[in-house]
Design a binder for this molecule. Sequence first.
Ligand code: LMR
Length: 411
Amino acid sequence: TWESVPQAPPDVIFQLTAAYKADKYEKKVNLGVGAYRDNDGKPWVLPSVKKAQAILLNDDTVDHEYLSITGLPEFVASAAKLILGKDSAATSEGRVTSVQTISGTGANHLAAVFLARFYDWSRAGGEKKIYISNPTWANHKAIFNAAGIEPVDYPYYDAKTVGLDFEGFTGALKSAPNRSVFLLHACAHNPTGVDPTKEQWGAISDIFLAKGHMAFFDCAYQGFASGSLDADAFAVRHFVAQKNIPLLICQSFAKNAGLYGERVGALHVVSASKKQEAAVKSQLSVIQRAEISNPPAFGARVVSLILNDNALWEQWNKDVKFMAERIIDMRKQLHSLLTEKHKTPAPGGNWDHILKQIGMFSYLGLTPKQVKYIVDEGHIYMTGNSRISMAGLNTHNVAYVAEVIDKAART
Ligand code: LMR
């Protein structure tokens, strides 16, 4: 029956994890998938999460009934508050529809299906298109293609400066048809770690306003960029404060709560009025029912407890800061080894981009040949675009990684 099914290529990110696991080399390092590791290279269950889990496991009122189609109400309400801020006018005016999703991927997918069905494409150039940064998270293209929306690249990363191509980015915003949909990484851009400055976000939002563009925010790293949950919500809150920019936010708790496998996330759609909010919610419910019926409960309960209990909330803020600071420290160590110890030739003239880039990833700016050397000779797993997950570095392996990068850069 299935003779005509062609073999699909493996996933670019998860195949690295599989290859790393199968590798017997003693000094192997996994800098592929964006998942936090402690200084011994082990997954880390956040202390705040451990405490919340213990509370749930001892609570006899917690059962395994279905959640409602749109998820756990106290989770989605507090998740909205986390990204939009405590005093968000959009929330108090009842203009925010929040639905629990299968983490960030599910939020992106639900939003894509919703847009494909209900966005007024006739007033947005006539074709179902979403503009995505070049480069972007490897899964974005697949998600939009699957929903029948064509992903189109906009310039973002400048290989010459190993930084933001601001002119190219704003040029694309200006030349796209009015009311186009643009995907923005809320903070800690994946894969480059290159974010616009506050001033640049201001200029970008002005163009959104002038052109009537829709902002499709993907927010998978709140807290990871700066260590502060509020500071990392700047771009989203700034856009929401402009009032007339239509927008939605895909929110993941995989990274900042370390709940990767529990699939905890939410989609928040900010409407112009309360009336639209209700209609949007009804349609998201219809889509969600057909696809997953209702989202998983446990992880959402954990996050909801953390967001609604003072002591857990404070602990979580510390946990997020701890992860962000360990990553920042690894940036400093790798930078110093490459510049001071090895004096490694750098793309763009120096290695300062390792310090400037923020969040889980650093984009080294190496060529595919150099990356191949690092993977094949060093058994250091990373994506072909020279992205490394900083969280995979630790005080035991950073010297080895720097040594191999140095050799690769000289090949
Ligand atoms: C990554 O980019 O490595 C993570 O977001 C994991 C994933 O799902 O790809």
